[in-house]
Design a protein around this ligand. Structure first.
Ligand code: NI
Length: 135
């Protein structure tokens, strides 16, 4: 087991009360895990600001599969970025709509570039990219 270091934090009562309410709502069992997650989140943001940071990502999008040529364009974008594309999953949501989850791996800047090309296609109704730094 990794060793832990204890730290003390001073907070205004109102801030602590709001924090406790928030972490209870989010399901944290204790403050330590919530604070660790906040720190990890901020460190992760800082890493992703550097374009060469190795990362993984899920691009999720909803689109109308009747949209002319869109499915072909999405497939072509993934095939022409094979080094970044790890996997994808297609889900038929309704008569018109499909959801696609595309897993990408690479440098943060390359992932953002491929994700933007995917999400900016005409016919994509809604989508986002969620990057996680690795290392
Ligand atoms: Ni479908």
């Amino acid at each position: 087991m990794k060793s832990l270091e204890r730290i003390g934090i001073s907070l205004e009562p109102k801030l602590l009360k709001d924090f406790d309410k928030l972490i209870a709502k989010e399901g944290y069992q204790n403050r330590s895990e919530a604070v660790r997650d906040l720190i990890r989140k901020e460190l992760s943001k800082e890493k992703l600001d550097k374009p060469d940071t190795p990362a993984i990502a899920v691009v999720s999008l909803v689109y109308d599969h009747h949209s002319t040529g869109l499915m072909k364009k999405l497939t072509n974008l993934q095939h022409s970025n094979l080094l970044s594309t790890i996997s994808s999953m297609h889900i038929h949501l309704s008569h018109h709509d499909c959801m696609e989850l595309i897993a990408l791996k690479g440098k943060a800047k390359d992932i953002n570039n491929v994700a933007q090309q995917i999400l900016s296609q005409k016919g994509v109704k809604l989508g986002n990219v969620n990057l996680i730094p690795v290392k």
